[in-house]
Ligand binder design. Structure first.
Ligand code: SF4
Length: 164
């Protein structure tokens, strides 16, 4: 059976980001995986109950998704609302879906407090980033799922061909 890949819904062109936009990525490998029926799509934030549009949120105080899961770090909207519990719920929904489809790989949009895997914003809403993962990417990694950013589709593609 062809290995399935968990993919951020906005990367596939669904307009589900906080500001109502998508972040569509066009790549031949991605198009091939779609034709092969290997894509499992999710927006963790929408699945957790957020709507579109929604206020932007960041992991506070320069912390990371790992710290949200295990060390009390918080996810805060620009309005000041604490939305940590919903971010954790979205991460668990993504993990459940990945397990249901036996996904060992995920392809997620970088920079998001949920889906980021290489960098995230620092909680100041000043456009400053740091190396780290969002809550969903961190939870998936904790459970042995390899997470790739949209800039790493070629790397993911070669990992998949080595594994098939
Ligand atoms: Fe895209 Fe992930 Fe943000 Fe949803 S939570 S809009 S899938 S980056």
């Amino acid at each position: 059976m062809m290995e399935k890949i968990l993919v951020s819904a906005c990367l596939l062109g669904r307009p589900v980001r906080y500001n109502g936009s998508a972040k569509h990525v066009a790549h031949p490998a991605l198009e091939q995986w779609q034709r092969e029926g290997r894509i499992v799509s999710i927006c963790p934030e929408l699945t957790a109950g957020f709507s579109v549009p929604r206020p932007p949120a960041e992991i506070a105080k320069g912390r990371s998704g790992e710290a949200v899961l295990s060390d009390g770090a918080r996810v805060i909207e620009v309005t000041g609302a604490d939305v940590t519990d919903l971010y954790i719920a979205g991460a668990h929904a993504a993990l459940d879906l990945a397990r249901e489809h036996d996904c060992r790989f995920a392809l997620l949009i970088d920079g998001s407090p949920s889906c980021g895997s290489g960098f995230i914003y620092d909680g100041s809403f000043g456009g400053r980033t740091h190396v780290g993962a969002g809550v969903t990417a961190a939870l998936l990694r904790d459970h042995g799922i390899e997470v790739f950013a949209e800039t790493e589709i070629d790397t993911l593609s070669s990992r998949l061909s080595r594994n098939s």
